[in-house]
Design a binder for this molecule. Structure first.
Ligand SMILES: [Fe+2]
Ligand SMILES: [Fe+2]
Length: 530
């Protein structure tokens, strides 16, 4: 009987109410704030002046700004999406208002005396979901009972869908500003992310099934035969994957902060953001270049270019353990990564804190401090990692900003020298409001906003890390330059941009000192003898 595979160029976008589902659209409280303060505002603005958006999108200085990228068209569809959001998400819209009102109430009424009487004044929709607290200087705040919010009417899985469409090129609109309106060549599955069809579908990339079985699978998920469904399947088998069987360590760069480490019998994948397979002049590793089983997927922090649901959902069936930074203090700006993943169908989420470790057959994975890059907000969902394999030590610093070199003096005392370091150097990061603006109940002064940025290390800061750990190999990564990531990055550097000049300086200085150094781009493979 003829069997079929899922084609390697099928794009599968997880959506939340028609918007690309990034990590802050899943936890109820951050979703609520993003609906009212980002989505509705952008849609209102587009409906009233679509051509203004069309010209703003063309202006490179406004890249990543709040502008819808549909060339001034599809206004009626945006209007319908707005109306549908207003009616289907009324509970989250009320939650967003209540979070604002709670902040306001605490600011005016919590004066250092007991907070107990104020529970009566918590907005009704939030009652029973918050604990009111002071810090040691009597500044009032609240702690969200996040696991309870996931078990409430505020976590409505019907907002989650998956849009399948043919992927043919790198260029995609920036997802924080442009809703994903239905594509004429797409099949839109109304299934929540934890639905079994998600795993069954992506298993089909390697394990073929008959057309009837595939149709049954879709029927079980409530989707009868769609007239264009067969475009996504092929009888051509994929190239078999050859795992690394040598005695050393092989690492491969998949773009941005995504690195696959393999030793005999062990695979570790960092911050998965992976390209589909389609013709392109820029060579790259794709989903086809992943082992059958991923022993550990490791997440460094909760920014949309490091936790990408689009990729994570496609890997879920082959992931044994997913390692995430421990948090869960109930602050609005720092939703629990463990709850985020366990509520979207990921089993085996392992939380790690600073200096905690997981033992692997050939070494360990150790969580290390990650300072900065979060606009001075109290965000704890971030970790750098040390991977020990045999005698080798590899440090994955992600977007850590070396704002306090003494930290690394302490860390060096604990872990010793490092062979290989991977460092992000986006030293001109976006201002606080770009990512966290919707969470604030009061706008921040422009000058303060501009001073609090999502910046990684500059030359001095990065070189201090390389020198202190006596690294032999230094790689700059996580620079957002691969074109298949522009839908989540919106960064286009020129040769004069500081992240480029600073990282070029680092590479040159390291090479002068006899180190192997490079700013990674596209793809790379290195074999490290053990
Ligand atoms: Fe980041
Ligand atoms: Fe990043």
């Amino acid at each position: 009987m003829k069997t079929l595979y899922l084609r390697p160029d099928v794009q599968a976008e997880p959506l939340f109410d028609g918007w690309y589902a990034w990590a802050y659209l899943i936890p109820p409280a951050t979703a609520a704030r993003n609906i009212t303060e980002r989505h509705l505002r952008i849609m209102d603005s587009y409906i009233s002046a679509p051509h203004l958006h069309a010209s703003a999108v063309k202006n490179p200085k406004l890249l990543g700004g709040p502008f819808i990228d549909y060339g001034g068209g599809r206004v009626e569809e945006v209007r319908q999406l707005r109306e549908q959001t207003m009616s289907s998400r009324s509970k989250l819209i009320a939650l967003s208002g209540a979070l604002n009102a709670l902040d306001e109430m605490l600011a005016t009424k919590a004066d250092g005396y007991s907070l107990q009487p104020l529970y009566q004044e918590v907005p009704p929709v939030l009652r029973g979901y918050v604990e009111l607290v002071y810090d040691l200087n009597n500044h009032p705040s609240f702690r969200l009972l996040e696991s309870l919010l996931y078990r409430s009417e505020f976590y409505d899985r019907s907002a989650q869908t998956v849009l399948l469409s043919p992927a043919a090129r790198d260029q995609r609109p920036f997802v924080l500003s442009t809703p994903r309106l239905d594509a004429s060549d797409g099949v839109h599955l109304s299934v929540p992310f934890n639905h079994q069809i998600v795993d069954a579908l992506f298993r089909l990339k390697r394990e073929p099934r008959s057309w009837d079985e595939i149709l049954d699978m879709f029927a079980d998920a409530g989707h009868e035969k769609h007239p264009t469904l067969d475009q996504f399947f092929t009888s051509d088998p994929p190239t078999p994957y050859a795992p690394y069987e040598g005695h050393g360590v092989r690492w491969r760069y998949f773009g941005h902060a995504c690195i696959l480490i393999e030793t005999k019998g062990l695979s570790i994948l960092f911050d998965p953001v992976i390209s589909y397979t389609y013709p392109s002049p820029l060579s790259r590793y794709t989903y086809d270049d992943l082992p059958e089983r991923l022993d550990y997927v490791v997440i460094t922090h909760n920014h949309q270019d490091h936790i990408l649901f689009e990729t994570l959902l496609q890997l879920r069936h082959k992931v044994r353990n997913i390692v995430v930074p421990r948090n869960g203090g109930g602050t609005l700006q720092d939703p629990s990564v463990k709850l985020l993943l366990s509520n979207t169908g990921f089993a085996n989420v392992v939380e790690l804190a600073e200096f905690e470790q997981i033992d692997t057959p050939s070494g360990s994975i150790v969580g290390l401090p990650f300072l900065g890059e979060h606009a001075d907000l109290n965000v704890q969902s971030k970790l750098a990692y040390l991977v020990r394999i045999g005698k080798r030590q590899l440090l994955f610093a992600a977007d850590s900003c070396n704002i306090e070199p003494v930290l690394y003096e302490h860390v060096h005392r604990c872990i010793g020298d490092v062979d290989v370091v991977f460092l992000g150097m986006e030293c001109d990061g976006a201002p606080l409001s770009w990512l966290y603006g919707p969470l604030l109940s009061k706008r921040l002064d422009r000058s303060k906003d501009q001073s609090r940025r999502l910046s990684g290390s500059n030359f001095e800061q990065a070189y201090d890390i390389v020198r202190r750990f006596r690294c032999k190999y230094a790689y700059v990564y996580a620079m957002g330059q691969e074109p298949w990531l522009n839908h989540v990055m919106s960064i286009k550097y020129s040769s004069e941009s500081r992240p480029i000049t600073e990282s070029t300086r680092l590479v040159e200085e390291c090479r002068k000192q006899g180190l192997e150094a490079e700013r990674l781009f596209g793809e790379k493979e290195i074999l490290l003898p053990n």
